[in-house]
Design a protein around this ligand. Sequence first.
Ligand code: FAD
Ligand code: SF4
Length: 507
Amino acid sequence: MVRLVLVLGDQLSRDIAALKAADKARDVVVMAEVMGEGISVPHHPQKIALILTAMRKFAAALAADGWRVAYSRLDDPDNSQTLSGEVLRRATETGVSSVLATRPGEWRVIADLEALPLAVTILPDDRFLCPEAEFAAWAEGRKSLRMEFFYREMRRKTGLLMDGDKPAGGQWNFDHDNRKPAKADLLRPRPLRFAPDAVTEEVLALVEARFAHFGKARPFHWATDRAGALAALDDFVTNRLPRFGDEQDAMLTGEPFLSHAVISPYLNIGLLGPMEVCRTVEAAWQAGRVPINAAEGFIRQIIGWREFVRGIWALQGPEYAARNVLGHYRALPGLYWGKPTGMSCMAAAIGQTRDLAYAHHIQRLMVTGNFALLAGVDPAQVHEWYLSVYIDAFEWVEAPNTVGMSQFADGGVVGSKPYVSSGAYIDRMSDHCGGCQYRVKDKVGERACPFNLLYWDFLMRHRARFEGNPRMAQMYRTWDKMDQGHRARVLHEASRFLRRLDAGEAV
Ligand code: FAD
Ligand code: SF4
């Protein structure tokens, strides 16, 4: 029986389940560039360009390998501009009514495929190291799901950084050696840049003509095929991995990448596999080229956090992204879409997001995420923003990170406490405060750092929920010891700041 084999834009792996199960001699691979996906949220132009370019190259490689590929280009006049429409068009053209697909990473797309009036078989996405059923079994009966325990299971299962049944180096986690601020360094190695080739240029022109979304399409320096992604991985392991652990939480003006890998888009669209990445890092440690705190810290992000959030996404289901246990309903402030702000840390994170479609974890969590949570922004709007603006954003990974880890809108499924901080944390981990319109040391007054005001306002708004949390009780005790007049002033100034934010004033 001939089947249509659907390969989505984030499934560009030769060993994707649907291709593994397909018959090259008979089946037809279906790939489609459609406006419906490009505008499902206002995706960053570099994200759209990366996906479309990588799709075109992947399709060409499959065709060169002997596959029959039915490829819909965005500017094809017959393109129905929806995924379902394109699958149906190919079904009509070929007279085939069976579809083989790999489980998409977005509930909306899963529902679209399931609603097709065709015989659709959806196979599990086995590129993840922890199958959905295995995660569900691990989660079953646990009072709370904590990444650290899941991570240890994954270390045992994969054998990564293991010394028999013991963790290599005698510890599961070396984070106490990490989390240092970064120093300016003129010789700091920057990620490899890939000059756009003819295929990329053609796609960039198409994207610029069709999508007027937040973010700059150019300069575009991403790798767009597997060879490029492997080169990017090698460059990271050789040049930046040694300092990965030390600088994991640091922020430095003008240094958007520091010692981060900058490989998440390649992993998420399928150009790299999680296990090959981890094995490469483990080998660098075994060869004595990187310290254990760097190798362990990195591998934890992949087999720990990445697999953990994917498990949460699958376990929690389609309603998860709409959760809002803290009852936050403020509109996302215009500064997230590039309106000027005097807050240096926010301007740096959002400016580089606009220019590069990239910000590293601490910028996402402790700057833009922290501010949205403290200000009480509607988590659905925060979720849509993160899903739109980052080149690596796909619902399965973005939603648990945003709705759960960053906004605590899931009530503690992902994290045991909200990630909130005053300006002191940002000051400690970055050099942003020195050049800011606000003063991080000021707790009240005209130039008080907004994070300082909003931090206490948030804690007071949610006192009933968080006061009993052992990891937060100390903060409430600190507040209670403060002078009553000072406390009243903090809350008064916080609400004045929020009114200005709501009025659309530049803050
Ligand atoms: P590095 O810091 O070098 O980390 C190495 C790799 O570990 C990453 O490439 C990534 O694959 C993995 N990783 C690290 N942290 C996480 C995590 N928390 N969850 C999943 N994988 C992780 N990551 C995405 O891939 N897509 C997203 O849409 C996304 N949205 C996020 C939203 C918020 C609010 C927050 C706080 C984090 C989000 N992350 C997301 C996680 C993390 O910020 C990015 O994976 C990371 O910044 C990617 O850059 P890098 O490759 O340089 O990562
Ligand atoms: Fe950010 Fe406050 Fe520091 Fe300004 S003073 S950079 S707003 S933390």
